[in-house]
Design a protein around this ligand. Structure first.
Ligand SMILES: Cc1ncc(COP(=O)(O)O)c(C=O)c1O
Length: 371
């Protein structure tokens, strides 16, 4: 059903950020977006919006179908029972993170961030006027003692990326339960960004909000269904008090979702399952290409359990900034690990959601260079 003959030229023709940052001689595996066409039901729904010129101000959140569609998706696919009244619409996830930190965590308190993590988390914490306390994960696991120490020292919240960007790690029940107990003990707010969760390769994903009823969860259809340019996302409040407080914030602070974003989100959650299954199968094939290309290299690499990012530990090669080295010597652009916190130094992040021939070319070049 997905047109798997989609190629990079068609991605280039979108004239978006992906494939526009370097010359044609560079294989760009940075921007976290897929070289895949958008699902037919989403495209049809958005085309219908365009035909009707649905470019006016968006409906009020509660009059749109989005909270209901999102609540159904979360209950059926993630096992997170959510009242649609606790779902609010965002212009992008980062806005939700900035505003949650600003208004729903203890005033002025630092924010704990298990690292390595999506670099823009640090921007968001800075925009909220707070300090980030980086607590490196050990072998992909949360350092619960480190998190507790940071909270005892004054941090008021924990910003989680689950599944992880850049690691693709799905956290286990044990550490998640321990984090929820710790948060309850100290009255800390946990904000869990679960944007990559629909793209998981196996069972076992536990939404953090099922374990902590005060948590804030961020989700979006944009990552899994590949329409990040429609700029939309969702925030889900476990705590009804948080939802009420959010409703009282001015529109200028929380923003809103565009009508096209609403349409695409509803189509994704209601009609997007077959496309998603195929996309995950496609990505899984690429995930295996990465794993087999790297087996003989003796580098630190754990196959992601979700998402389409590969996180490569290149520290033993002593390359300084390995992303700069690879770009210069192989013409493959990857994201510098250092963007993901101090724990990311010496690593690179590689987006493998690209046609298999492009991926194979990129992996061959990287492997030849590292050898
Ligand atoms: C964990 C995570 N959160 C949020 C985003 C971006 O969300 P938005 O563009 O809606 O702010 C990304 C994009 O890569 C991401 O990986």
């Amino acid at each position: 059903m997905i047109d798997l003959d989609w190629d990079v030229e068609r991605s280039r023709a979108r004239r978006n950020k992906r494939w526009s940052q370097y010359g044609r001689d560079v294989l760009d595996l940075t921007v976290a977006e897929m070289d895949l066409p958008v699902a037919a039901p989403i495209l049809a729904a958005v085309q219908d919006d365009v035909r009707r010129q649905a470019f006016g101000y968006p409906l009020a959140d509660e009059l749109s179908e989005v909270p209901q569609a999102a609540a159904e998706w979360l209950a059926e696919e993630h096992g997170l029972a959510t009242d649609p009244d606790r779902v609010r619409l965002l212009p992008e996830l980062m806005r939700g993170i900035v505003m949650s930190i600003t208004h729903l965590t203890r005033a002025g308190s630092p924010v704990v961030v298990p690292t390595p993590v999506y670099g823009r988390f640090f921007d968001a914490i800075g925009v909220a006027g707070r300090r980030a306390v980086q607590v490196p994960m050990t072998a992909g696991e949360l350092d619960l003692d480190g998190i507790e120490r940071a909270i005892r020292a004054g941090a008021g919240s924990v910003l989680l990326c689950h599944p992880g960007n850049p690691t693709g790690r799905v956290l286990d029940a044990g550490p998640l339960r321990a984090l929820a107990a710790l948060a309850a003990r100290h009255g800390a707010k946990v904000i869990s960004d679960e944007i990559h969760a629909p793209l998981r390769y196996g069972p076992g994903f536990i939404p953090y909000g099922t374990l902590d009823h005060h948590a804030i969860t961020l989700i979006s259809a944009t990552k899994a269904w590949n329409f990040p340019g429609l700029r939309c996302g969702l925030i889900v409040f476990g705590d009804p008090g948080d939802a009420r407080l959010w409703s009282g914030l001015p529109r200028a602070a929380v923003g809103g979702m565009s009508p096209l974003g609403m349409t695409a989100t509803v189509a994704a959650f209601r009609e997007g399952r077959p496309w998603l299954r195929e996309a995950v199968r496609f990505l899984d094939g690429n995930r295996k290409l990465v794993t087999s290309a790297l087996t003989d290299l003796d580098i630190g690499y754990a196959e992601p359990q979700a998402g389409y990012l590969a996180w490569l530990d290149l520290r033993r090669f002593g390359l300084g900034d390995p992303a700069a080295h690879l770009l210069r010597h192989t013409g493959v652009a990857t994201t510098s690990g250092a963007d993901h916190g101090a724990a990311g130094e010496g690593f690179v992040r590689l987006n493998f959601a690209t046609p298999p021939d492009v991926l194979t070319d990129a992996l061959d070049r990287i492997v030849a260079c590292l050898r």
